[in-house]
Design a protein around this ligand. Sequence first.
Ligand code: FES
Length: 108
Amino acid sequence: MDSLPVYVTVAQVDEIPPGTCRTVEVEGIFLALCNVNGTFRAVDNTCPHAGGPLGEGTLDGEVLECPWHGWRFNVRTGERPENPEICVACLEVRVQGANVQVKIPLTL
Ligand code: FES
């Protein structure tokens, strides 16, 4: 098993304005990184419906809508508002200076 840093820089703060999101990659893992009114959130980029790229979706408050068929996920909880039993994984995010960092597992 490979050891990895706990927090990894995935973007700069000014690359993702409030109300937007984008796909980022860290250690082979793709994430949807969202700026919710200045608070950064990260969820698994792969939509559980049919694999759509959530990082290319539309952010409305803390709800991210998949660009393929419109399934929506709360990026704070990972849950679908319409059906909380369906969710995406959330990762911890922190801002260090100008860097947005994501907490990743110690081992993959
Ligand atoms: S793949 Fe995301 S809603 Fe269908």
